[in-house]
Design a protein around this ligand. Sequence first.
Ligand SMILES: [Zn+2]
Length: 263
Amino acid sequence: MSTYNPLLQSQEPTYYDVTLPSKGISYVEEGSINDIFEPDAIIDGVVKIRALTTKDELIWTDQRLVEDLKAPIIILKNTVLGLKKPELLIRADVETLLLEARVLTYGKMTKVSWTCSECNNVNEITVDYTQLPIKQLGDFEELMLNFKNYKVYMTPIIFKEAVEIQKANDNDVSEQLDKIVSCIQRVDVADEDGANQTVTDKRFIAQWVEQINPKDFKFIIEHFTEVNKIGTVMDLDVKCQNCSYKEKTDVVVDITNFFSEED
Ligand SMILES: [Zn+2]
């Protein structure tokens, strides 16, 4: 029996290039790149993605899968060429890929939200995704924090870990601490003789973060905030719908309503 189907106009879907905000830098550093991608599926931080099919879209609107956050994983496996383990991507890369899939499927417009610094009104605006200035990781050094005798290597939060931490925690303080520990991949510490020890055990890192003095903790939280700005939409000119206040702001793209409504 022939597998040729004359109903299908094109046998091969069209794929488009998209640059990941991480540019793959942290995956190379951790050696997870070959677990996440097939060989040659990522080149200089660029991967290939296609638009959603009707079947993909049904997955996205399946409420059960959306609640479990399995829907984005299945959709990314279907649409990104050679992507084996989307759950190991940083959250910012997941968001960018889902946005790109949405753009390829429905067009360029997307919704972003920001909170007015005058009246705290939460505004929702529709913008052209292809015009958004998205912050990308420049190089490996941006992930390093050096203070006192510590060298901290921190990555943006991994998608799977962000989901698990959110599920596991019922208060904001432990959620914040868990997120920070989850982002710290390695700490080098020099002893008094200048000898270096490398710590990668998350239990040791958690103990260290919890007992650190508030002044040093400030360095860590600032670095955490900076590292996790990767993938954020930077410096957008906005005007509050409530009080008309104008400002520049970093905005968060809301992935929960990506596919649920048409433009
Ligand atoms: Zn306002």
